[in-house]
Design a binder for this molecule. Structure first.
Ligand code: PRT
Ligand code: MG
Length: 210
């Protein structure tokens, strides 16, 4: 059984859930540079990869199970994945933000939206019937309104400190985000018992206890 996690908050919140069930990696993935970790359970290993790559590894069966944010799953499209459990970790909100008043936008052209979350942004502005031009970025979205690259951004907000530090305000909440367990569809059939056990481990740690 291979479990895909990502460095950062998902790993930090997931490792305690595993260790509560007596599952520990051979060395600490938070400090090690290794990408694959054996655990004290010979039937379980961990992969540590980029957050946005987790759905891809699981969809192709390179990992049987993974933990990914709903933001990442929406962008991936969720094809070929089961999503049996909301772990309730790494919570935040997907928001539209910008300099004060920026959501009104210029009348002369569509609103310019800078984001890493192109599908999420496209779906949101289609839903509210607003014509937009989407500019794909890979990070530091907060900079875009400041330097005039875009009118607004679509990004994750947790404490709001990053927006505040850059003089931006949040306008609209698009979605609430948390991390989900995802399972490869073939693995769910072929390795049902082992996946069931891992699901129960997480459900217990989450307080779902099912
Ligand atoms: O590895 P890579 O950089 O590609 O991925 P990543 O940056 O998405 O990874 P990581 O570990 O930072 O985030 C993993 C997952 O955590 C995300 O997919 C979300 O589901 C979830 N998460 C929860 C967050 C946040 N909270 C969050 N605040 N991901 C990112 N942020 C960023 C946000 O983009 C913004 O830059 O933190 C900043 C805002 O935080 P506040 O507290 O200042 O509002
Ligand atoms: Mg990051």
């Amino acid at each position: 059984m291979t479990l895909a996690l990502s460095k950062g908050r998902i790993l930090e919140d997931t490792l305690p859930m595993l260790s509560a069930a007596g599952l520990t990696p051979e060395e600490d993935p938070l400090s090690s540079r290794k990408l694959v970790f054996a655990t004290n359970d010979p039937g379980l290993r961990l992969l540590v990869i980029r957050a946005s790559d987790v759905p891809t590894f699981v969809a192709y069966g390179a990992a049987d199970v993974g933990v990914a944010g709903k933001d990442v799953l929406v962008e991936h499209g969720g094809r070929d994945l089961y999503e049996p459990l909301d772990l309730g970790i790494a919570r935040c909100r997907m928001m539209v933000a910008g300099l004060p008043g920026a959501l009104d936008g210029p009348a002369s052209r569509p609103l310019r939206v800078a984001t890493k979350y192109v599908e999420t942004a496209r779906a949101h502005f289609a839903r509210v019937g607003r014509q937009v031009e989407i500019i794909k970025l890979y990070g530091s979205m907060e900079l875009a309104p400041i330097v005039g690259l875009a009118d607004v951004i679509v990004d994750l907000v947790d404490t709001g400190n990053t927006l505040r530090a850059n003089g931006l305000e949040a306008f609209t909440e698009i979605d609430t985000i948390s991390s989900r367990l995802v399972v490869n569809k073939a693995s769910m059939k072929m390795k049902h018992a082992a996946i069931r056990r891992l699901l129960d481990t997480f459900a217990t740690a989450t307080g779902g206890g099912h």
